[in-house]
Design a protein. Sequence first.
Length: 189
Amino acid sequence: MKWHLLGRFLREVAKGRGLVARRELAALRRYRDKIDVARSTGGALDETPQKQKSRDVLLGVERRWYAPAIQKTGTRAGVTDVLSFLAARNVPQVVISDYEAEYKLEALGLDGRFASIYVGERLGFVKPSPKVFQRVAADFDIPKASLLHIGDRSDRDEAAALAAGCQCLILGRDFRSFGSLLEHLCSVL
C-alpha cells in the first residue's frame, strides 16, 4: 500500500499539487501520532466536539488518499474464503478497527459482509483498550470468552482482546496465511 501512496504522491507533484499533497499527508501522520500517544496511555481518546469536527474534515483527506491505495492493494489471499466459511456457518462477524473502516471495506469489495463495524476513534478508545471488545460481547450478548479476534499485532490486537477476556489469533504468529487459518477453522467448526 505504501508503494501506491508514494506513486500517488509523485503524480500529485508532477501535476503541480505537491505542496497540497504534502500538507495532507503530514496532517494524516500527525493524527496517527496522536492516536499512538493515546495507545501509550491505555487507549482513551480525548475527543471534544471541536476535535471531532476537525476529524471529520481529515476523514475526507484520508479517504482520498487511502481508498484508492487499498483498492489497488486488495485483500490478503484467502480472506474472503474465511469470511464465506464463517458466514455459511452463521457465525456473526464484526470489524473492530481503531480507524474508520467503512470506506476501506468498500474499497476491498467487502462492504455489507459484517454484522457490525466498531470504530475505536468514533467510540473514544483505541487498542490496547479492551472497551471495544467488551462492547461487542455486550451488543451480541455473548460471553467475552466466546469472542475470537483475528488480528495482526500482538501489542494492540492481542493486548486489547486478552484484557477483555476474549480469544485472539495473530497473523504471522498463530497462523501464516488465511488459507492455513481456514484449514484450522474447518477442523474445529
